[in-house]
Design a protein around this ligand. Sequence first.
Ligand code: SF4
Length: 399
Amino acid sequence: MSFVSEFNALPVPTLLQQSRTAGVAAVRETLTRDRLSLLDFARLISPAATELLEHLGRRSQVLTRQRFGKVIRLFAPLYLSNECINNCKYCGFSRDNPILRVTLSVDEVRREARALAGQGFRNILLVAGEHPKFVSNGYLAECVAALHEETPSVSLEVGPMEIAEYRPLVTAGADGLVVYQETYDRAVYDDMHTAGPKRNFDWRMETPERAYAAGFRRLGIGALYGLADWRYEALCVAAHAEYLLRTCWKAALTISLPRLRPCAGEFHPLTHISDRELVQLVCAFRLMFPDVGLVLSTREPAKLRDGLFPLGITLISAGSHTEPGGYTGAGRENIHQTVRGRIVEAGASEWAGPGKGDNTPATGQFNIADDRSVEEVARQIQQLGYEPVWKDWDAALMT
Ligand code: SF4
């Protein structure tokens, strides 16, 4: 049995109803419990719970400090390639977007990683679009092996694979796998994913389980907020996390809370989650899952991030680039444009601007909102009374 069966049997109407209509008294009662159920979680994300947001924040802060200490861990995304065979309406890398694309060579990836190491990072997330030709398994294994020599913690956010395809990546040194379901709403999922293997909703949802079976010992999940109703997404993420904590118990689990950002293709969010609701969601996840890492990226603006750090966030990115070669300019001489998946002459697309040979960077996946330098973010963490930690975990402690 996989999470898909549990997901299909979730009592969604009951949970959703609680998340929309629970009263303050029910929320207060939930806050007296040590262990929370999905129904309790539904109450914590209800409109009524916003009246108790300060209380939720205090509880969340205390729990986070008890379980994680006063530290914020940092990681950096390193984009390997923005080639992709999928069309996801909300993503700048979609196959049909006429953008500037490149896949870094292994040496260029090493260069990028060394630049990140120079900034202090010891925890790197390798990100790539899904493209069997440019981003083959062999290429990914080579990238991981090259970085593993110098970087203690390498994880992946790449197209889903079979267990047997994941194993060589684990052997090469990758320890974590991140895969967002994007949306847990099947109808919205079908509408958003118009072409490519990503159209298979169930296959994607089973990915963390396959990754675990292959030996990954850090798993990251999440929904992309802005596609379906945020309370529905949060309930499904919570159910998914509960399942993984039960069945993949040797792995450390993280939950990310990305909100949609502007990107090539100019997709506009279909739904909205306010800043205040995002704060509420962070607290609700912390109260529900005291030991699960909560991840916040540079998609959120500096002020909101600073406010969220002490409330339950444990892992953040900083100084991020969402284009391959973003940290060093690597790969610029190989940049090309694509129109509907086909390579065209540089400069042929008014979207992408000039191309090959003029030192223009590849197109990023989305625009970041917190554009502070890594040093600024680290300083801010210290000013908040927390210690910035550059390494996510130590392999020696896990064996
Ligand atoms: S979200 Fe991922 S799979 Fe979809 S277009 Fe972007 S890179 Fe490709």
